[in-house]
Design a protein around this ligand. Structure first.
Ligand SMILES: *Cc1c(COP(=O)(O)O)cnc(C)c1O
Length: 524
C-alpha cells in the first residue's frame, strides 16, 4: 500500500516553475492532497463501536471473507482530507467569478438559514402527504411565482438542472407532436442557432431529432430570414436562448414565435439567462411554449458541482398536458401529489424524469430569495446585472475589442482581435488572469465569435470589486501591448498545477485508482 507517510522517496508532483521543491510537494501552507486510497492507514478507525459479542450468523454462507478494499483512516485524517479537498475549489464565496452564461452570483445566507429549518431539513421524501403540507405548499407557491414571472400557465418542478429541464421540454414537445399525429411524429428536425449552448443541440439529439443550425446575423441575433427559409413540415421546433449567449436580447421573438407556430412546430426558450430580464420581460408574452429556469443562476441557489440542482420548466397551454409527474394539487383536503399517469385526469404526462419530487433544498432557497426580494427587488436584480455588465464593457472596450456594437444585457462579449499578432491567445490571457487571483471569464464560447471572452459580473459584485477586476484585465492588456508574450505562454505560474493536457483529460480520463499491490495480497 502506498501510504503517503512512508513514501518520502516518491518524487513530489510537478509543481509550478519557480516553486520550491519540497519533500511532500506542499508549498507553504498550501498542502498537496493524495487520494483517500493513498492515505490508507490500515487498522485506523474513526469510530468506536462496541464489540457485537456472540451473534447468530443468519447470512446463510454469504458473509464476506476477504477484506472489503476500502481505505482506513482515523477521524483527524478524514477531517483533514475532506477539508483540504474543499479548499481546492474556487468558489463564489472566495472572489469574483465572471464566468459568462453561468450567472455566478452570491448565494444569500438567509437562504441557507431557511433551508436549515428542521421542518425542511429533516423531511423525508417518502413521508405521507399529510405530514408534509408545508413543504408541498412551498413547492406550490414557488411554482406560482415561476409562472407569474414568466407569464406561463404551467410548470414542471422536478427537473434537476438546466440541461435536464431542456430534456423535459423537448420530451414534452415530442409527446405533443406524437399526440397530434396519433403516433411517432414525422417531424424530425429541431432548429438551433449557431450561438447556442452545447446542451441545446445535445438535448435535441438525445430526444431523437436532427439538429439544424441557424446562422446568427451581423448583429449577433438569430437571422430571421435564414430561419424562415428552413421552415417545413418536418420541423418539430426551435430552441432559442434569450437573452442569447452573446449577451444580446433577441428582438424578433414574437415574429419567430408566429412563424414556428404557423409551421406547426413549438418554441423552446432556453431561460439560463433569465437573470437579465426577470421581472422586466415575461417570456410567455413573447409566444414561447416552454422554458427552463436554472434556479442556481437566476434565483441564487448554489451551483452544485454536478450535485442536486433544480431546473423547473414552464409550459404553455399546448404543452402543459404532457408535463411529467409528479405535480402538486391543492384541494379541499390541502395539498397532495399526483404521482401516476393513471391519477392525472385528462392530462397525458410523458412519464417521470426523476425519483421523488425535485430538489426541496433548492426550492426552499429559491423561494426565500424571491420573498426577500419581492417583484420590485427582482426587477432591481435584472437592472443591476445589466448595469454591471455594461460598466465592465465600457471600462474595457477602449483596450479590448467588443464582439458586437452597442450595449449588452447581463454579460459582455469580447473577441480576440485585440490580441492579433501579439502571440498571445485567449487561452493564454485567461491563464494569466489566474495568477492575478481572478477566475477567468468564459473562453471560446459562443462559438460564433473568434477567440471569445464572455464576462458576466452579475449584480452582486460591488463597484469596488468590478474596478479591481477591470484594473487587472487592463494591466494584462498593457502587458500584451508591451510584447511580453512569453509571460503569457508561461502562465499560470502560481497554481499547484500548471497547464494540463485538457484534451487528453477529457478524452481519456483516468477515473479509477488501482492499488500497487492487489488489496487481498497486501492484507495477508
Ligand atoms: C447553464 C446553461 C445551460 C445548462 O444549464 P445547467 O443547469 O448547467 O444544466 C443551458 N443553456 C445555457 C445558455 C446556459 O448558460
Amino acid at each position: 500500500m502506498s501510504g503517503h507517510s512512508k513514501d518520502l522517496s516518491r518524487p513530489a508532483p510537478t509543481m509550478a516553475a519557480g516553486a520550491v521543491d519540497t519533500v511532500h510537494g506542499h508549498q507553504g501552507l498550501r498542502l498537496e492532497e493524495p487520494l483517500l486510497f493513498e492515505i490508507d492507514n490500515p487498522g485506523a478507525v474513526g469510530v468506536d463501536l462496541p464489540d457485537p459479542g456472540a451473534t447468530e450468523n443468519r447470512l446463510g454462507g454469504l458473509e464476506r471473507h476477504a477484506p472489503i478494499g476500502l481505505p482506513s483512516a482515523s477521524e483527524p485524517e478524514i477531517v483533514r482530507h475532506y477539508t483540504r479537498l474543499s479548499q481546492k475549489n474556487y468558489a463564489i464565496d472566495m472572489g469574483t467569478y465572471p464566468l459568462g452564461s453561468c450567472t455566478m452570483k452570491h448565494n444569500p445566507r438567509l437562504n441557507e438559514k431557511m433551508v436549515r429549518l428542521p421542518g425542511f431539513a429533516n423531511l423525508h421524501p417518502m413521508q405521507p402527504d399529510a405530514t408534509t403540507q408545508g413543504a408541498l405548499e412551498l413547492i406550490d407557491n414557488l411554482a406560482h411565482w415561476l409562472k407569474e414571472l414568466t407569464g406561463m400557465p404551467a410548470v414542471a418542478m422536478s427537473p434537476a438542472a438546466g440541461a435536464h429541464g431542456e430534456l423535459c421540454g423537448v420530451m414534452a414537445i415530442r409527446a405533443a407532436l406524437d399526440d397530434r399525429e396519433g403516433g411517432p411524429t414525422s417531424r424530425r428536425r429541431i432548429l438551433v442557432p449557431d450561438s447556442a449552448h452545447g446542451t441545446n443541440p445535445a438535448t435535441a439529439a438525445a430526444c431523437g431529432f436532427t439538429v439544424d443550425a441557424i446562422p446568427s446575423d451581423a448583429r449577433g441575433r438569430v437571422d430571421v430570414k435564414a430561419f424562415a427559409d428552413k421552415l417545413d413540415d418536418d420541423v418539430a421546433g426551435i430552441m432559442i436562448t434569450n437573452p442569447n449567449t452573446c449577451g444580446l436580447f433577441e428582438n424578433d421573438m414574437i415574429e419567430i414565435a408566429g412563424l414556428i407556430h404557423d409551421a406547426g412546430g413549438y418554441f423552446y426558450c432556453d431561460g439560463a439567462n433569465f437573470n437579465a430580464i426577470v421581472s422586466r420581460v415575461r417570456p410567455g408574452d413573447l409566444g414561447i411554449d416552454c422554458m427552463h429556469i436554472n434556479l442556481h443562476k437566476t434565483f441564487s441557489t448554489p451551483h452544485g458541482g454536478g450535485g442536486p440542482g433544480a431546473g423547473p420548466v414552464v409550459l404553455s397551454d399546448a404543452l402543459a398536458p404532457f408535463a411529467p409527474t409528479p405535480w402538486v394539487v391543492h384541494g379541499g383536503d390541502g395539498f397532495s401529489l399526483v404521482e401516476h399517469g393513471a391519477d392525472a385526469g385528462d392530462a397525458k404526462p410523458f412519464g417521470r424524469l426523476k425519483g421523488f419530487h425535485g430538489q426541496m433544498g433548492m426550492f426552499v432557497r429559491a423561494y426565500a430569495y424571491m420573498l426577500s426580494h419581492g417583484r420590485d427587488g427582482l426587477r432591481q436584480v435584472a437592472n443591476d446585472a445589466v448595469l454591471n455588465a455594461n460598466y465592465v464593457m465600457a471600462q474595457l472596450s477602449d483596450v479590448m475589442t467588443a464582439a458586437f456594437d452597442g450595449p449588452c444585457m447581463h454579460e459582455c462579449l469580447f473577441d480576440d482581435r485585440f490580441l492579433k499578432d501579439s502571440g498571445v491567445t485567449t487561452l493564454d490571457f485567461a491563464k494569466a488572469m489566474i495568477d492575478e487571483g481572478y477566475h477567468p471569464m468564459t473562453m471560446y464560447f459562443p462559438l460564433v465569435v473568434h477567440g471569445a471572452m464572455l464576462i458576466e459580473p452579475t449584480e452582486t459584485e460591488s463597484r469596488r470589486e468590478l474596478d479591481n477586476f477591470i484594473a487587472v484585465v487592463r494591466s494584462l492588456v498593457a502587458r500584451v501591448q508591451s510584447g511580453d508574450s512569453d509571460a503569457f505562454a508561461a502562465a499560470p505560474r502560481l497554481t499547484p498545477r500548471r497547464r494540463l493536457d485538457e484534451t487528453a483529460a477529457a478524452r481519456s480520463p483516468v477515473l479509477r485508482w488501482t492499488p500497487e499491490i492487489p488489496t487481498a495480497e497486501a492484507a495477508e
